[in-house]
Write a protein that binds this ligand. Structure first.
Ligand code: GDP
Ligand code: MG
Length: 177
């Protein structure tokens, strides 16, 4: 009889940040290839998957998206932080308050043993809204450097932004994962 096919490895990546920063839209674009027509507030924890091939091996990327609402998070948090391979912190460049929340998200991750030994990145979303910027690239870069996080400014809606090539790092959401 033939050998069973090799098991597909799963990489669990959690996407963290305030409600409204675009976590659901980013994960949707990565997994479905487009900006969602509409999103509803995430209830509890949600995940989406995409199969990718790396060096000939099929790998399942599992993106975990979470609700910001405290009442859901309390019961789900242990489950959510288990067996995580990488962390994506997201803020909204048009919302300074979402940027100010980052230290507490980083701290919560550390409390669940997700510190600098786990790959972590910082994503500034909604770069298509250049007229409403509240968090500039310099400020974000400084914060990212102080926490040893690679920074990516992007948009789930218009991955190339208004002026193509004008942003630092990658401006395409595909490249962030
Ligand atoms: P979440 O609460 O972090 O999951 O945020 P959602 O993904 O539900 O997005 C919140 C709102 O921001 C929705 O109205 C989205 O349409 C909008 N949004 C998300 N990403 C972008 C983006 O890159 N650009 C713009 N202009 N709007 C976005
Ligand atoms: Mg959501």
């Amino acid at each position: 009889s033939s050998l069973p096919p090799p098991r597909t490895r799963i990489f669990k990546i959690i996407v963290i940040g305030d409600s409204g920063v675009g976590k659901t839209c980013l994960t949707y674009r990565f997994c479905a290839g487009k900006f969602p027509d509409r999103t509803e507030a995430t209830i509890g924890v949600d995940f989406r998957e995409r199969l990718v091939e790396i060096d000939g091996e099929k790998i399942k990327i599992q993106l975990w998206d979470t609700a910001g609402q405290e009442r859901f998070r309390k019961s789900m948090v242990q489950h959510y932080y288990r067996n995580v391979h990488a962390v994506v912190f997201v803020y909204d460049i048009t919302n300074a308050s979402s940027f100010r929340s980052l230290p507490s998200w980083i701290e919560e991750c550390k409390q669940h043993a997700l510190g600098s030994e786990v790959p972590r990145i910082l994503v500034g979303n909604k770069c298509d809204l250049q007229d409403s910027v509240q968090v500039g690239t310099d400020e974000a870069q400084q914060f990212a450097d102080s926490h040893s996080l690679p920074l990516f400014e992007t948009s789930a809606k218009k991955p190339n932004g208004p002026e193509e090539g004008s942003q630092r790092n990658s401006d395409h959401v595909e490249a962030i994962f």
